[in-house]
Design a protein around this ligand. Structure first.
Ligand SMILES: [Fe+2]
Length: 300
């Protein structure tokens, strides 16, 4: 029989465990952890002798106190130590939360990232929040977003539906950046009924003018079923691994495919997708079972 004292002990234990796991999910995991997750892939048809190491940073979501300019700089300093051939930035630099003590100006987060360095350069795409937080863009999609302006100002090229040809050890490959698939918010004041993207996959891949392999950067992984075999690997972010992930399952994933593309290395019909768990938080400052990560992809 459980005594009153025993019952109180159980309740006390549950409350302590609740506080401890809450503190872990709100403070320790999102703020203090950082892991490097490595995927080693040899896509079919990959050129003999081309060894590429990509360092990918996704979903920074700059805001105080969760992702300060100082913390962004520390993450970038760590990314530089990984010795990648190129560094790719997979979008969502802007905050996606209201639970903040302050926002970090785009010039400040861009300056914090300006020290990123790799032999084949630093290359960026934009994410949905980089468009959603820019009301000027939402009213007039022909203007450049403030995030793109800030990145270019520190010398980081932003690839929106653009492919560039690079070379490593004399062997060429393409790096293609897709425009964001959710860029345009719905709303009467914007004159739109539904979300719309600025992505143009055919126009992006039309710039690939030879048979060198293609690496595609696409913020949201939902495009993956439409990616042709011609693309060796697609790198995405956006999902944050659901921010809460238990035993390989995320209860909430911002993808119409649910857990199919929620996190990690996905292979479907011989095609490869790597989804980073990202670094920051959106909606709520919580992470559990999905610590902030730098994704490291070794190809070849
Ligand atoms: Fe996103």
């Amino acid at each position: 029989m459980i005594t009153r004292r025993g019952l109180l002990k159980i309740f006390g234990g549950l409350i302590t465990a609740g506080f401890a796991s809450s503190a872990y999910a709100v403070v320790f995991e999102p703020l203090l952890r950082l892991r490097v997750t490595t995927h080693r892939i040899v896509p079919s048809g990959w050129p003999e002798g081309l060894k590429l190491r990509l360092v990918a940073l996704a979903d920074i979501h700059a805001c105080e106190p969760w992702m300060s300019a100082r913390r962004i700089k520390a993450i970038c300093d760590h990314a530089n130590t990984l010795d990648g051939d190129l560094i790719v930035l997979l979008g969502d630099y802007a905050s996606g939360m209201n639970l903040v003590t302050d926002y970090v100006h785009s010039q400040d987060w861009a300056r914090a990232m300006s020290g990123l360095s790799a032999p084949l350069g630093v290359h960026a795409i934009l994410g949905n929040h980089d468009y959603w937080e820019d009301r000027t863009f939402q009213r007039n999609p022909s203007v450049e977003t403030f995030g793109e302006t800030a990145l270019k100002a520190v010398g980081i090229p932003v690839h929106v539906n653009k492919a560039v040809r690079l070379r490593k050890d004399g062997i060429g490959f393409w790096l293609a950046g897709l425009g964001d698939q959710l860029a345009l918010l719905p709303g009467a004041r914007f004159g739109r009924r539904t979300f719309a993207g600025v992505d143009d996959l055919p126009a992006t891949l039309a710039q690939v003018s030879d048979d060198a392999p293609v690496i595609l950067l696409a913020h949201e992984p939902d495009i993956f079923p439409r990616i042709p075999d011609r693309v060796a690997v697609t790198l995405s972010g956006h999902t944050h691994g659901g921010q809460v992930r238990l035993f390989g399952y995320s209860p909430v994933v911002p993808s119409r495919f649910g857990n199919r593309f929620a996190y990690g290395h996905v292979v479907e019909n011989g095609r490869h997708l790597c989804v980073s768990g990202g670094l920051g938080c959106s909606i709520a400052p919580v992470r559990f079972g999905s610590p902030p990560e730098i994704m490291f992809v070794e190809l070849g």
